[in-house]
Design a protein around this ligand. Structure first.
Ligand SMILES: [Zn+2]
Ligand SMILES: [Zn+2]
Length: 312
């Protein structure tokens, strides 16, 4: 389950009755089409949350989210991952086979793989867009699964030296620290700004990941980035935040906003999970059965769970 699944649950976003939800999944291949050569029946596969054709100019640029034939699981007209089975178009271009098959992974191992389908790749994408490199100081705004994975991606994949996570929730703070956040700022708004400035000699951080998408989170990102720094924003706005461009100009700020091209990151992230050097599973703090899906929605709606995994 993804935080964005809640929009329909909360009626923020209207969906057709009986439409299928779920854009993040791993699964075992049950049947393949005649032109599929990359996966075989019985393979354990990881899917990126959106798919592309694999052959157009955009897909070849590593930007399948801009592919004219792209789609997102659980969106209008597409099958969803919160079910017993689904059909995957362009399978060879999208699915990545996990070595060893399902038998090679315990429950935690499967959760590590499941996180790659969206949140791990999305968090990493935020850090990449924020310009995080070896030795960076990074602020992460947002302690949802994506923000927490931005911490992990910044530290484990990109080599950031110091990550400051903004979180007021003890359970989420604990995961953030486990993922490598050196400091946690338990504040928001003006207080968060001041705390980050105090931690960074009054400058702010050169790299800030915005992983919420709300106007308040955007303001905090702009308040905590240092002049000449860069914001990588992966929070999906469900309102319409407006950003004044003059302060960005005056302060030489870079702003990159983007939906993660998950498929681009998947092979590397999968290798890291298999090698045991990347373990995003702790973002899932509750696993329920498919029959318990309504409880899963309720738990995430009440913020009792960071992220729920549904198992068949
Ligand atoms: Zn998602
Ligand atoms: Zn394409």
């Amino acid at each position: 389950m993804c935080g964005s699944d809640l929009w329909a649950y909360r009626d923020t976003f209207k969906r057709d009755p009986r439409s299928r939800l779920g854009h993040e999944f791993v699964g075992v291949v049950e049947e393949v089409g005649s032109e599929v050569s990359g996966s075989r029946v019985g393979d354990l596969v990881v899917a990126p949350f959106s798919y592309g054709c694999g052959t157009c100019w955009w897909c070849l640029q590593g930007l399948p989210t801009s592919c004219p034939d792209s789609g997102t699981w659980g969106a209008r007209g597409d099958d969803g991952g919160q079910g017993e089975a689904l059909r995957v178009p362009f399978a060879d271009a999208n699915l990545v086979v996990a070595p060893g098959g399902a038998a090679a992974y315990d429950d935690t191992g499967l959760l590590n793989l499941l996180a790659l389908s969206d949140v791990m790749a999305t968090g990493l994408h935020g850090a990449v867009m924020a310009g995080v490199t070896e030795g960076s100081t990074v602020v992460v705004v947002g302690d949802g699964a994506v923000g927490l994975c931005a911490v992990l991606g910044a530290v484990e994949v990109l080599g950031a030296e110091r990550v400051i996570l903004l979180s007021r929730n003890p359970a989420r703070q604990a995961v953030g620290r486990l993922f490598g956040a050196a400091e946690v700022v338990a504040a928001r708004g003006e207080d968060a700004k001041q705390a980050v400035l105090d931690l960074t000699d009054g400058h702010g951080a050169p790299a800030v990941v915005e992983a919420v998408g709300s106007p308040g989170a955007w303001q905090t990102a702009i308040d905590t980035v240092c002049d000449g720094g860069q914001i990588g924003a992966v929070g999906v706005p469900h309102t319409a935040p407006t950003i004044a461009t003059m302060p960005l100009l005056a302060r030489n700020l870079g702003v990159r906003v983007g939906i993660a091209p998950v498929r681009r990151y998947l092979p590397d992230l999968l290798d890291r999970v298999v090698a045991g050097t990347l373990a995003p599973a702790p973002v899932f703090d509750l696993t329920l059965s498919l029959e318990q899906t309504p409880e899963a929605y309720a738990a995430m709606d009440r913020r009792e769970a960071i992220k729920v995994a549904l198992a068949p």
